[in-house]
Ligand binder design. Structure first.
Ligand code: BEZ
Length: 213
């Protein structure tokens, strides 16, 4: 199996999920997507993660991002566990969870790392763009819950690059100054960034975030 890299097309698949059979590319449609795996149902860290994602759904919706989770447990287990997530995390799971019992999707996306966890998937995250290309991958160990604020932060950065020709500097957060992409010439800047820019070095040009106050 070839490792998936940034810029690769996210492999398509069909799978059973808690919201019915899904053809991944059709389900993504024209928008952005996040596919994330967790080790198993009825595990403590996963319970908090899925509850958090349910609460963040409006933030994903605002950014035109669909989220879908995956574990190698079956649908009956998923449905029962969702009741626990809803109860303990005070939310309602509002996105599909893939039941990848035959590990088809986990293998396709290299989510099984047997030297780390011999049973379930590790905590993989794939952010996929409207062109179906992989824009980000991260892999967390089973014992570390993910920071979904960071995932939203990366989506904001990716969308600034895709739609505004901007990059984002170290520790950037929404509303902070951005970096003009090296491919943009100084002559193009006034038309693209009417708030102006500061040239710290010819290769380091800073501009206020356009879509912010
Ligand atoms: C979990 O909650 O998923 C988990 C916690 C510790 C080790 C492995 C998994």
């Amino acid at each position: 199996m070839k490792a998936l890299r940034l810029g690769d097309i996210a492999p398509n698949f069909t799978a059973r999920s808690t919201e019915g059979e899904i053809n991944f590319h059709e389900w993504l449609g024209d928008g952005w997507g996040v596919l994330f795996s967790h080790p198993a149902d009825y595990t403590p860290v996963c319970t908090t993660e899925l509850g958090t994602v349910a609460k963040y759904k409006p933030e994903f919706d605002k950014r035109n991002v669909k989220v879908i989770a995956l574990s190698v447990d079956g649908l009956t287990s998923h449905y029962d566990w969702i009741k626990d997530i809803n109860e303990t995390q005070h939310t309602k799971v509002n996105f599909p969870i893939i039941a990848d019992e035959d590990r088809k999707v986990a293998n396709l996306y290299d989510m099984l790392h047997p030297n780390s966890d011999d049973k379930g998937t590790v905590r993989s995250v794939f952010i996929i763009g409207p062109d179906k290309k992989i824009k980000l991958t991260i892999t967390y160990p089973a014992s570390t819950g993910r920071n979904f604020d960071e995932i939203l932060r990366v989506i904001d950065s990716l969308q600034l690059t895709a739609y505004q020709k901007l990059a984002t500097p170290a520790n950037w957060n929404n509303g902070d100054d951005c970096v003009v992409l090296p491919s943009v010439t100084n002559e193009e800047i006034p038309g693209l960034f009417p708030k102006g820019y500061t040239e710290i070095k010819p290769y380091l040009r800073i501009t206020p975030q356009p879509n912010w106050n």
